[in-house]
Design a binder for this molecule. Structure first.
Ligand code: FPP
Length: 241
């Protein structure tokens, strides 16, 4: 696959774990565990394809409303990922950031998040943002509140710099698996010009071939950022396209 049209930043709503499990008469947590396997493979494949930033929605502000058992199993998955996956990711040149409201998480998990970030801070191959207890509205509100508390004027630029993902450029490609076609409070500000790609595959089934299909679909899109086709595409390319 050509490197020329590889998106710099890919964001993913990993939907469909629960349905994957239910269809197999398994508890929903089995779907999340399988989803973790798919995520591990996805991080690796993004690195191999030359994607520089990967941002995933692992736990939304609204996911607290799920059954207590499912919430605690997602917390346990996060804790297990911290001890099992982080050393591996560190060796693969991945820099991890956790994005979201940490106050509601246990001291132990909070310390684990900070440790994982510190352990991988020197890596540059792929930035991996894990959105956990994250919501797009939360992010915009916390950024605005912080600017207001500092007495700063709220402009597009100042707000952009105060958001939780200000360390990376906006996503170029936003993928949602599981057949639904909505943002569900993910990257509301940052997705303004993202190309959207919806897959019917459930997240545990979203393998490297499926990711390559999404990357190929992105490569075929024309991104105009509010301009005309003539402005963004040289005439020579337009003639043959
Ligand atoms: C949505 O599927 C998925 C989630 C809410 C959790 C995503 C978590 C993982 C992929 C595992 C990695 C986790 C961590 C902690 C890094 P759903 O349960 O809404 O599926 P459904 O729509 O089929 O019910």
């Amino acid at each position: 696959m050509s490197q020329a049209r590889i998106p710099h930043h890919v964001a993913i709503v990993m939907d469909g774990n629960g349905r994957w499990a239910t269809r197999r008469f398994l508890p929903r947590v089995a779907g999340h565990k399988k989803g973790m396997d798919a995520l591990r493979a996805c991080v690796r494949h993004c690195g191999e394809r030359g994607v520089k930033v990967l941002t995933v929605f692992a736990f939304s502000s609204e996911n607290w409303n799920r059954p207590a058992e499912e919430v605690s199993s997602l917390m346990e998955l996060l804790a297990a990922a911290l001890s099992r996956e982080v050393p591996q990711l560190k060796g693969e040149g991945v820099r991890i950031h956790f994005v979201g409201e940490r106050a509601a998480l246990s001291d132990k998990v909070r310390a684990g998040l900070a440790q994982a970030e510190a352990d991988t801070a020197g890596n540059t191959r792929l930035i991996f943002n894990v959105c956990f207890n994250y919501g797009g509205r939360w992010d915009i509100a916390q950024a605005a509140a912080r600017l207001a508390a500092q007495g700063q004027t709220i402009t597009e630029q100042s707000l952009d710099g105060a958001l939780a993902l200000s360390h990376v450029p906006d996503p170029d490609l936003l993928i949602r698996t599981g057949g639904e076609q909505r943002l569900s409070n993910f990257l509301l500000w940052q997705a303004a010009y993202a190309e959207l790609y919806f897959s019917d595959k459930l997240w545990p089934e979203f393998d490297s071939a499926a990711l390559d299909e999404a990357l190929a679909a992105f490569a075929a899109r024309e991104r105009r950022f509010g301009m005309t086709s003539e402005q963004v595409t040289p005439a020579t390319v337009r003639k043959v396209a």
